[in-house]
Design a protein around this ligand. Structure first.
Ligand code: SF4
Length: 319
């Protein structure tokens, strides 16, 4: 990783500790700043300040139809919807050119929340929790395949690992595209992601294999588009303990000749213990990585599944 350029990640500014909230405060997120921040360059966006509102300012809420809500100040009922929409039009477009690998949104905000944001009825009454912040909504519509998450959900170890895997996949994809891709380079990219794909979606693993096999005989631009859609759709699917177990046993199959019966049964026990929630995933992975380097298994050594992100992020330490 040392020589690799840091990826760019969009983020709601207040999560970095910027004092941009309506009350002049922030929502500093320790893990995002101090741990993930070592590996990414953040591109901060505060839509409310960006659209010209002051700090501090009156708090706002979404009101009306959840599919097209208005952004109103809570007490004085000033309508900032159009001001926010025009900020979104210019900013979402300009963010496209920055080559973001993902975005972390501040949850619950009427501007930045990605899901379950409160929407109040026009005539008063209880809020429903089915809204999307106006900026988040505009961003997600233009970037449907980009890895996006809210900071609160990233406290869940599985969701966090899934998001981090996806942003690193996105970075590798952007590098491939920047490197004038050819059918051969796509095959290489796919080969290195095979086990990762198998862990997320065996169905996509098969269909993407077919797609790559046809790369030399179909319009390559179309193949790249379809592959990217399948790649990001597959990566978003949860890599469950059962799917991991299948992949780990598949890897074990590469050591039929080298490992003794005792070593194999030791590994199978570790994999079973992982599946049963008794040991974290990193335990069988570490053991397999040890055998990969000991026996010089080139195909496995290249697999992103075995080293999907920097070890310092400690993402495979959950059961
Ligand atoms: S939640 Fe969004 S709009 Fe609100 S302060 Fe944070 S970045 Fe700004």
């Amino acid at each position: 990783m040392e020589n690799q350029e840091k990826m760019k990640l969009g983020i709601s500014s207040c999560l970095l500790g910027h004092k941009v909230r309506y009350d002049g405060g922030h929502k500093y997120d320790n893990w995002l700043v101090e741990t993930l921040g070592e590996w990414v360059d953040y591109v901060p966006v505060c839509p409310e300040v960006g659209c010209g509102l002051p700090i501090p300012r009156e708090a706002m809420r979404l009101v009306g139809d959840p599919s097209a809500p208005k952004l109103l100040t809570q007490k004085t009922l000033i309508d900032h919807t159009e001001r926010m929409k025009s900020f979104c039009d210019t900013t979402v477009e300009s963010l496209k050119s920055k080559g973001l690998c993902g975005f972390v949104f501040k949850s619950k905000s009427p501007s930045s929340g990605m899901e379950r944001v409160k929407v109040y009825p026009e005539k008063g009454g209880a809020a429903s929790r089915n809204g999307v912040g106006i900026f988040a909504n505009a961003f997600l519509k233009v970037n449907p395949l980009l890895p996006c998450e809210e900071e609160g959900r990233l406290h869940d170890p599985m969701l966090r690992e899934n998001f981090i895997e996806r942003i690193f996949i996105m970075q590798r994809w952007q590098n491939l595209i920047a490197d004038k891709p050819t059918p051969g380079k796509l095959v290489e990219f796919h080969t290195r992601h095979k086990l990762l794909l198998m862990a997320h979606s065996p169905v996509h693993y098969k269909s993407m294999g077919k797609l790559v096999a046809e790369a030399a005989i179909k319009p390559f631009a179309d193949v790249l588009d379809s592959y990217f859609t399948e790649l990001m759709t597959a990566a978003k699917k949860t890599a469950t303990p059962s799917k991991h177990q299948n992949v780990l046993l598949h890897i074990l199959g590469y050591f039929k000749k080298e490992l003794s019966a005792f070593e194999k049964s030791e590994l199978i026990t570790l994999i079973d213990n992982y599946k049963a929630g008794l040991v974290p995933l990193i335990v069988p992975i570490t053991m397999l990585n040890h055998y990969v380097s000991k026996y010089g298994k080139a195909y496995l050594a290249e697999q992103h599944y075995l080293k999907p992100h920097p070890i310092e992020l400690k993402l495979r330490n959950h059961c």
